[in-house]
Design a protein around this ligand. Sequence first.
Ligand SMILES: [Fe+2]
Ligand SMILES: [Fe+2]
Length: 259
Amino acid sequence: MQDAIRKLQREAERIASKHPLPEFYTRFKAQAALARRLFYSHPGVVRLRQAVEPLFHEELGHGLYHSSRVSIDCAALLCIETDSDRMKPIAVERLMTIGIYSGLLHDICRDTENHAEIGATEAERILCDFHISKNEIACICNAIRNHEAFLPPKPTSRRWMQLASDCLYDADKFRWGADTFTHTLWHMVDHKGLSPHDLLASFPWGMSGTLRIKETFRTQTGRQYGPEIIDTGVEIGKEIYRHLLKNFRENTRDSDHAG
Ligand SMILES: [Fe+2]
Ligand SMILES: [Fe+2]
């Protein structure tokens, strides 16, 4: 990563650390703890993590860090959303595990066009080797197909499949909050070879997309807690924008005059 971009990422992390955690992460600690336990100790999940690690695209900001956070939030959301369903704990855990598989696999084809569709096909091929039923594979692939922002999802008739799809979407879009500015943005900027000046020019346009995502959450929990997660990111983004203006707009003027 370019030095200037790494420094900006450090500054973004410093700014983000001053912001309180959004309520989703303080209110649902028990569900998140269960999701993390499954993520780190379920044998199928551990095996899948090892299998897909070489396929991750860290340079695009959509590698193991992103996929792990999506997986854990997706499983936590499934636990929260099924709370009133009277499902047996073992069935809830199974659904949470399906959510984790979806999270781990959803961006494995991130560098291809139509990555959700292509990723779903690739996920199906990988999952053939795992102890997962055909219905569960269909559920994971459907969730992956439906995870892109600003595209209408294809509805399914089974509630648990619909829920897995909606939870994957919301967990992925939670990343448009603070994670954009502590992680994803800098990997994308570096990968595209952009300078801080380029970033400054495109920043307002990027922020408008972030704001639009607030209206798209699909689960009840996502609709209730997602906007605050995005707003936290927006506040962090505003501070980074001011930092960029202060440090790079003036440099641009200096260099304009220097010629
Ligand atoms: Fe994606
Ligand atoms: Fe993603």
